[in-house]
Every structure is written in structure tokens, then in C-alpha cells.
Design a protein around this ligand. Sequence first.
Ligand code: HAM
Length: 458
Amino acid sequence: MIQRQKGCNDIYGMEAKVWKYVDQVIDALMEKYNYNYIRTPIFEASELFHRGVGETTDIVTKESYDFVDKGGRNITLRPEGTAGVVRSFIENKMYGDPNQPVKVYYNGTMYRYERPQSGRDRELTQFGMEVLGSDDPLCDVEVISLAFNLYKMLGLKEIKVNINSLGDNESRKAYREALVKYFKPHINDLCEDCKERLEKNPLRILDCKVDQDNKLLKNAPKVLDYLNEDSMARFKKVQEYLDILQINYEVNPNIVRGLDYYNHTVFEIEAKVEGFGANNVLGGGGRYNGLVSQLGGPETPCVGFASGIGRLVKALELEKVKLPIIDSVDLFLMYVNEEEKKYALYLAQELRMAGFIVETEYTGRSLKAQFKQADRLKAKFTCVLNSEDLNNNEVKIKNNKTKEEDIISLDVLLYYLDEQLGTDSDMNDDCGDDCCCEDGCECDCHDGEKCSCHHEEE
Ligand code: HAM
């Protein structure tokens, strides 16, 4: 049997429904913040990631999926979304659009040849957002708060934002020198890669996966001590704005991020969920004011963020968050003979086009087995089509919960279902058992805790 590749996943069944729901919430929230959807290619010229993400990053040196295509071009499957968005921003001259900053979001597969483990896949799905064309700390905070609010909206309870600043070029240079001075006498205590990093990019030593438990790293100089006045003032502004939004954050000087393009604000957002394990970072991002010019565009300050959907879905599952996912059908149409089957075919289409979720029989089951199938699909109504009723322009329809049966004229079937399914809150029990909503309540809550009606308090 051919099996899926290591670090790749098949997403199906209920898990796929959760993914789709998460995608819908992302789309809806991005719309509210006025971010436009962008799709960039899954593969790009390798040079984009070498120059963009950084020659000394793990993502480029160890984890990239590179190949030479039939035309002899060096190609890389994208390991992340930012570099592609920046290339597109430059190539499509988005910097010339009077509507600045450009705010975009994406949601797609990325590839990293990592050692597969829980929370670390080789094929991963990330959604992310980028704001290109503003240096205002307001944008840093908008991005952080958007991500924070998304996780909260989805129902995760304990979300923590870790923030840090890598400062401007001057601060980064001073910090680089301090790191070289600190690590040089201990070079033999570092792994082989870090020995090389010391020369090329000492900041990368701090997020080395091999040396991560090395005491030397823990006691290394902290970047915040090397920020110049402007960079520190900027960082304070970010914190002031975060306070206004009451975001739960902590200044964590150990956050340096694994990609080279960052300066000023960097951050990671983690979920405190029991059983989540070591890879509990849901997403991360930061400011990258130099990347557009480095890739051949005009000087453009930018900030962005990305989150792994796989990790997010896992956090929701571990925290047993009840999501308003439809896993039932409105009506199951049953039939026995060919004439009834043809009517089922016709009626199913009519009702589906009118907006109902309708299922019918496809495998020649007996009527008894069709009832069982309707139960498996949690059908709210069942209808056994029979020739006699159809000749009278009627159908018998049964409420599967109350077991009550009605004989309905086909002319009013749509209205009947609309009324039964639309307003009967007993039928629409998405809110869960502990919801305080009463019959006829029109609030669109989906979880007792989040219900905005508060009937119990009234
Ligand atoms: P990143 O920290 O490399 O940042 O990845 C962001 C998120 O993607 C991680 O926090 C994690 O949730 C998910 N992720 C990364 N690698 C894996 C993996 N192997 N398996 C599962 N999930 C993974 C970036 O990619 C930057 N482009 C973020 C950014 C956007 N910075 C500015 N703009």
C-alpha cells in the first residue's frame, strides 16, 4: 500500500469540518479588519527565500524543499508566506497604489523538511497577514490583536503574547557585537552549526534547536539592553497600545524568531492548553522594515504574522472547544421504487437549491436500513416518498426528534421546512446543552458561555 509521506497529513471527517470552520472565521475576521485575500505561488525561485528568509536560517539551510525544474531553474517550495507576498508586492508595484498601507492575508500550504513530531509537519498550512507600507506601531498592535482576537473568538481560553524588540539597524549591530564577544571564548561549547553562525549571524545561535538547552544560550546578553533610544521608545509605544486593548502580553527577551528579516517588534503567541506539548506556539511574527528594499523594491516598512492551522485545530480539540459545526442534515428523503427515486432526485435538488441540507439513498438499502442511515446522519426530518402520496401531491414528513408526523402538500413543503427549521430553536441545537437561550431566541450564539442573551441573569 502506498502511504502518505512523513510529516504530511490527510485531513478528513470531523477534523476537516473544523478546518473549514476555522478558515471561515479567519475570512470573516480579516474582512472586518479590511485585509484583502492574496494567493501567491506555492513554488518560487530559490533565490527569493535565500535572500529573503536568510542564508543562515534553518528553514533555508536544512529544511527547504529544493529542486531543479525541467528548464534548469532552481526552485523551492515555499517554507513560509512573507517572502512570496513581498515579491508580489514589488513585482505588481503595489507600493504605487494610493491606498496605503497594503493589508493582505493568505492561507495555504508551506513546506519545511523538519524532523516530524507533534506540531511539526513537513507539509503545513499557515494563514498569515502582512501590512506593507506603514511604520506606525499601531500596525504592529493591530496585527498582534487580530491574531489574539481570532484565537479568543474561536474559543481558546488562555492565550499569551510574548513580545520583544530587536531594534533598528544600529541596535542590532550593537547587539551582534555583544553576542560575538560573549560567545567567542566558549566557541568549543557550541554545536558545529553554531560555530559557523558565530561568524555569519550570531543571533541565529539563540534559536538553535541543538543548543537550545545549553546554559550558555540562557545567560547570553539580552537584546533589550542594546536598544538605542528610538528603538526603545518605539517598543514602549507598542506596549502602550497593547495595554489599551487589554491584550495579555509579556515582554520576553528570549524571543528572537527563526527568520532573518525581522527588526523592531517580534512576537509569538502561545496557547496554554493541557497536553499541547512543547510546540505550543500558535503563531509568530514581527516587523520587517528592510525586506522590501532588500528584494529590490522601495524602502517599505512592514509588519506581519503567521499561524499554523494544524496547531490551532489541535489546540481547539485538546481544549474541547464546542464549535458551531453542522454535522446533521435537515431532511433525509427515502424511497423504494424507481418512480419514487426519480421524485427524490427532483425534490432533493429543489430543496437543496432553496438552502436545505438534504440527503437521499444511494446504495439500494431497504426502507429499514434507510431509517438507520437517516439516524446516522442525524437527520432532523425524514420523508418516505411513496407513489400514492405523490399522486395526491403530498408527502408524509416526520420530525425525528418529536416523532410527530405531518402530511404536507408539496406546494407548501418549502415553507413548512423553513418554518420548522428556521425558528424552532430545539431543532437548531448548535448552542449545546448548556445554552441559556429560550425557544424563539434569535441570538446567534453557539455556546452557552458565549451567549449574549444572558437569560439566566435576567
Ligand atoms: P514562523 O514562526 O516560522 O513564522 O511560522 C509561523 C507559525 O507556523 C508557527 O508559529 C507555527 O504555528 C506554524 N509552523 C511553522 N512551522 C511548522 C511546522 N513544521 N509544522 C506545523 N506548523 C508550523 C513565519 O512563517 C513568518 N512568515 C511569520 C511572519 C509573517 N512574519 C511576518 N509576517
